[in-house]
Each structure stands twice: as structure tokens, then as C-alpha cells.
Design a protein around this ligand. Structure first.
Ligand code: SAM
Ligand code: SF4
Length: 468
């Protein structure tokens, strides 16, 4: 197959790390035109991965990636609007670059804030030239061409699409673990959430295209893949194969060279027994499930339109606890949803006690534009939300400290992904996604899998030593 464009292998790696398959060489130099882009990303893993694809696309269009806005001719922000603070950050960043436009630089806003604010961004920040939401990324080459031709204002704001964003070249940030979006958008309608508005309807990527990319990744030396989606387990293969999500997990795990398969985020309503069976059958499928609950109160869950009750959620936990190997479980929680009473908040605390999560992300409820919860009465004061958040986090810290302490003396396989400035100190993750800092006399371990014996534990990470 001939590629429609060519990128030097140097442009496909970052931070000076070598790709481990130097044999794969794609020719013809990019970035010789003096066109350079700076891309900053806010938000979730899906945004991180969208940025990797946007970067690949720009490299294929002859741009170089640079580390500072000063060195760039095109400055792009891939934005997040899930909570108000995240959206504010974007506007304050844009303010910092007000003068850059007069220096002839083109400034663009991508992602959820772009979709949410649309053309209003031009009013609030008239120095911006490009506003493009994630559902329109496949049109980015056209939009970039329009900007290069001198157009002052270009937008991509349609969400009415059945397309997924696929590129021939993705410039990935991590040389061992590759993100791969398998489903975009969201068809759920949680009353607090902007995602269905900013990312559009649910679209699943064809299973054969996913598997083709996984095989390419394995050839490039990636050994861990993380399948992404806002509700990754709602995956519905659009091809005639009609692969179920659990079958796709198995098929990815079967690709030669792939050693770990992760997936996030799972929605409890679509979390079916066959997913646990796949984890049981195939050790390459990581023993970690991120299953956001949001609240421990069925009344609040109903108001959030989460489509499950506390008991139904606990049934999913029981499925995992009954598996033939332990599964690490993590979650997301929102405190201070409108009308959440003290006893309802306590139900969330008792859920933590009952489930014994390995870790969690917790948020104060943040009212978002267009969402149904915006008009709900009984809003909780910021002060009270902060109080509840602190209580929740203290409780979880205790749970994690106690759980991690039980792991001292155990051995885990770790994918080494970090090297400390301190001599002989390394870090990495177990398949259950526990972070371990450990000592080893080896000279080079990055990207390898090693056995580590746990010698100590804190609430957020483990300490260990290389076990040979
Ligand atoms: N799709 C995933 C799910 O349903 O679990 C999560 C998507 S969202 C990017 C990540 C987390 O942000 C959510 O699980 C929720 O806890 C939090 N979140 C979303 N909207 C929020 C809001 N308006 N206020 C506070 N937290 C919010
Ligand atoms: Fe938002 Fe709910 Fe969809 Fe998750 S499932 S992205 S919280 S609407």
C-alpha cells in the first residue's frame, strides 16, 4: 500500500525516546516548509489521544511540532469543558496569546470548549481564527488549507455525523502504551454532563480498522494498548462481523506483540458478564476496570439519569469480585449534585466502604451550560461541596492505605515507564494499574516488563524492589 503522505520516523517519536522498531521507515521529510505548530491539551485521555492524531495529521501536512508557542506559526488548544474551571483555564490561556496574532500567528481552539462556545469564541477572543469541535476533526485538513489560503475565520462545529476521526499517522506521546479510540461521542444523557453536546452522538469504529491499527502498533514496538471511549463498553461494531466489546478485547489481546490490553471508561449499565469472562480467560486483558458510579444514592442516581440503581451497580461489582483473578476497581464520584442531602452523601461514603475501591477521581458538582441539571433547584453551596469532597477523599485515602498495606510482600509484573532522577529508582504500573516505585541496579529498564516485590505501601503508590 502506498501512503498518501510520508513522515520521517523522527517525527513520530517524542521526548528523544527511540521507537523500538527502527526498521519501520517511512520516507520523505516533513516539516521543511517552516510551518510549525504548538499544541496544548487540556482534559481527559480522549483529548490527549485526539491531540496525538491532530499532531500526526499536521506532521503529514508538512508542519513541524515545536515546544513553545513562540516558535510556532500555528497555535492550537485542545480544550475541555467538563467542569467550569477547565473551561475558564482555556480562556485565560487564550488571553495570554492575544498579541501573537499580530505577529502573524494563527490561533485555533479545538475540542469541547470549541464545540460548546462555537462562534462566540470569536467575539470573546477575536484573535482566534479556527474553532473546531471533535466531531469535525476529519475535516481539519480542509480547514487548515483554508487558513493557509488566508481565511480569517474557519469553523467545524457539526455534531451531526456518523464519522469517526481516523488518521494515517498518529504521533503518539508514549513509546510503549498506545491509546486507541474505539467509540466516539456519547448517547447517554446524564443530566450534569456536557459530553453528549460537545462530542456528539455515539459512533463506533469498525473492528477491522481497529485491529489493523493494533497490528501496526505491535510492529512499531508498542506492547500495551488502551482502548478508549466515553462509554467504551457500549461499543457496537458497525461491520458485518458485529463483534461484541468482549470479543474485540480478546481479538486485540491475540495480536502478536501485544502484552496488555486496557480499556476505559466503562458504563455500569453496559457492563455485562462476558467482559468479566474475557478478563478471566485472557491474562493479557488487564485486571483493572474503571467503573464510574457518581453517587451511592439511588435517588441521586435517578436525578443524574445514570440508568442504574445502587443495587444494580453493586451487582456489577459482585460480578468482578467473583472472578477467578482479583480485579482492581476504580471509579468517579460527584459530590454536591443539586438536592443531594446529607444522608444521601453518606450513602456514597457507605458505598466506598462496601466496594473498597483501589482509587477514585472525585469532583464537586459543576453546573454546565445546556445540561438539564442546570435548572434543578436546591443547589449545594460551594463551601458544603468542598466539605463533602474533603470527607470523601479522607475516607478513600484510609481505604487505599489499608488495601495497599496488604500487598506488601507480593510480586507483580510491572511495565517500567519512568526513571527517577535518583540513582537506580524506577517506576511503572501493574496490570491492575497500581503504581510502583522500585529500586533496581539494572542500567536500562524503560519499556520492559519486570517482576517487582512490594516492600512498602502508601495510599497512592507502592514501593518495591526488582525481583530477579
Ligand atoms: N463517560 C464517563 C462516565 O460516564 O463515567 C465519564 C466522562 S467525564 C469525562 C469524567 C467524569 O467527570 C465523570 O465520570 C464525572 O464524574 C465527572 N463530571 C462530568 N460532568 C461533571 C460535572 N458537571 N460536574 C462535576 N463532575 C463532572
Ligand atoms: Fe457524560 Fe454520562 Fe456520557 Fe459519561 S455516560 S460521557 S457522564 S453523558
Amino acid at each position: 500500500m502506498t501512503l498518501p503522505f510520508h513522515v520521517r520516523i523522527e517525527d513520530l517519536k517524542l521526548r528523544g525516546r527511540e521507537l523500538r522498531n527502527p526498521g519501520l521507515h517511512i520516507s520523505v521529510p516533513a516539516g521543511e516548509s517552516g510551518k510549525a505548530f504548538f499544541l496544548e491539551t487540556f482534559g481527559c485521555q480522549m483529548n490527549d489521544h485526539d491531540s496525538e492524531k491532530v499532531a500526526g495529521l499536521l506532521l503529514s501536512l508538512g508542519y513541524r511540532q515545536v515546544e513553545t508557542p513562540e516558535a510556532a506559526s500555528l497555535i492550537l488548544y485542545n480544550t475541555c469543558s467538563i467542569r467550569e474551571k477547565a473551561a475558564q483555564k482555556v480562556f485565560s490561556r487564550l488571553g495570554e496569546y492575544r498579541e501573537k496574532q499580530s505577529e502573524g500567528k494563527v490561533i485555533g481552539v479545538l475540542g469541547c470548549v470549541a464545540q460548546q462556545e462555537g462562534e462566540d469564541i470569536f467575539k470573546r477572543a477575536p484573535w482566534v481564527s479556527l474553532v473546531c469541535g471533535s466531531a469535525s476533526y476529519s475535516k481539519l485538513p480542509e480547514m487548515i488549507a483554508q487558513l493557509e489560503a488566508g481565511m480569517q475565520r474557519v469553523t467545524g462545529l457539526d455534531t451531526d455525523t456518523d464519522e469517526t476521526f481516523e488518521t494515517e499517522v498518529t504521533r503518539r506521546d508514549n513509546p510503549w502504551r498506545a491509546y486507541l479510540t474505539i467509540i466516539e461521542g456519547c448517547d447517554k444523557a446524564c443530566t450534569y454532563c456536557v459530553v453528549p453536546f460537545t462530542r456528539g452522538p455515539e459512533r463506533s469504529r469498525a473492528s477491522d480498522s481497529i485491529l489493523r491499527e493494533v497490528r501496526q502498533l505491535a510492529e512499531l514496538g508498542y506492547s500495551e494498548v488502551q482502548l478508549l471511549g466515553q462509554t467504551v463498553n457500549s461499543y457496537a461494531d458497525p461491520t458485518a462481523r458485529r463483534m461484541r466489546f468482549s470479543e474485540l478485547l480478546m481479538a486485540v489481546a491475540e495480536v502478536r506483540g501485544i502484552r496488555r490490553v486496557r480499556f476505559t471508561t466503562s458504563h455500569p449499565s453496559d457492563f455485562t458478564p462476558d467482559i468479566v469472562e474475557a478478563i478471566e480467560r485472557e491474562p493479557k486483558i488487564c485486571d483493572h476496570v474503571h467503573l464510574p458510579v457518581q453517587s451511592g444514592s439511588t435517588r441521586v442516581l435517578r436525578a443524574m439519569q445514570r440508568t442504574y440503581s445502587r443495587e444494580e451497580y453493586l451487582d456489577k461489582i459482585a460480578l468482578m469480585r467473583g472472578a477467578n483473578r482479583p480485579i482492581g476497581i476504580t471509579t468517579d464520584i460527584i459530590v454536591g449534585f443539586p438536592g443531594e442531602t446529607e444522608p444521601e452523601f453518606e450513602e456514597t461514603l457507605s458505598l466506598l466502604e462496601e466496594v473498597q475501591y483501589d482509587s477514585l477521581f472525585s469532583f464537586k458538582y459543576s453546573p454546565r451550560p445546556n445540561t438539564p441539571s442546570l435548572s434543578m433547584s436546591d443547589s449545594i453551596s460551594e463551601e458544603e461541596k468542598s466539605r463533602r469532597l474533603a470527607i470523601l477523599q479522607d475516607k478513600q485515602r484510609e481505604i487505599q492505605a489499608a488495601k495497599n498495606a496488604t500487598l506488601v510482600g507480593e510480586r507483580f509484573e510491572v511495565l517500567v515507564s519512568g526513571k527517577s532522577r535518583r540513582e537506580n529508582q524506577w517506576s511503572g504500573y501493574t496490570t491492575a494499574h497500581r503504581m510502583i516505585n522500585f529500586a533496581s541496579q539494572e542500567r536500562e529498564l524503560l519499556g520492559t516488563y519486570v517482576q517487582v516485590r512490594v516492600t512498602g505501601a502508601g495510599p497512592n503508590s507502592l514501593l518495591g524492589e526488582h525481583a530477579v
